[in-house]
Write a protein that binds this ligand. Structure first.
Ligand SMILES: [Ca+2]
Ligand SMILES: [Ca+2]
Length: 141
C-alpha cells in the first residue's frame, strides 16, 4: 500500500517536472529580397527580414544565425557574402530584424542573378520554419 502510494506520488512529480521543462519555441523565418542592381559608385543593399511568430518575452534572448551562399550571383563579384555564420540575437520586445547584404554594382549587361541567405537556430528556444531566403539582383544595364 505504501509502495504504490509512493509510486503514484513520484509519477505525478515526474509528470509535473516534465511539463514545466517543455517551453514552446518561437518560430523564425527569413524573407526573400530583391534589388535593382544600380551602377558603379552606388552602395546598394538587399534587405531581408527575419521574423519571429511572437514578440520575445522575458530576459532570455532568442538567437538565430545567418550566412549567404553564392548562386548565379557570385561572392564578391555580385554581392559581399557572409561566409561564416553571423549571430542575430532578439531581445525582450523584439520580433523582427533586418539584414542588409551589400551588392556590387556594375554597368555590364548581364542576366538577373540570385544568391541564397540561410537562417539557422542557435538557442534552443527557437525553431526555424523558413530557413532560406532568395536574394535577386535585377540587371539594369
Ligand atoms: Ca547596373
Ligand atoms: Ca549589370
Amino acid at each position: 500500500m505504501k509502495l504504490s502510494y509512493l509510486f503514484i506520488a513520484s509519477t505525478f512529480l515526474f509528470l509535473g517536472c516534465k511539463k514545466d521543462a517543455v517551453i514552446t519555441p518561437y518560430s523564425a523565418s527569413i524573407s526573400d529580397g530583391t534589388i535593382i542592381e544600380g551602377n558603379s559608385g552606388e552602395a546598394k543593399v538587399i534587405e531581408f527580414e527575419i521574423s519571429l511568430d511572437a514578440v520575445v518575452f522575458g530576459s532570455t534572448p532568442v538567437t538565430v544565425q545567418v550566412k549567404t551562399e553564392g548562386g548565379t550571383a557570385v561572392n564578391n563579384e555580385d554581392f559581399i557574402p557572409l561566409l561564416s555564420w553571423d549571430q542575430i540575437p532578439f531581445n525582450a520586445g523584439e520580433k523582427t530584424k533586418k539584414i542588409q547584404i551589400q551588392i556590387v554594382e556594375d554597368n555590364t549587361k548581364e542576366s538577373n542573378e540570385e544568391f541564397t541567405i540561410l537562417l539557422d537556430d542557435v538557442s534552443t528556444n527557437v525553431k526555424i520554419v523558413d530557413g532560406t531566403g532568395k536574394g535577386t539582383i535585377l540587371n539594369d544595364d
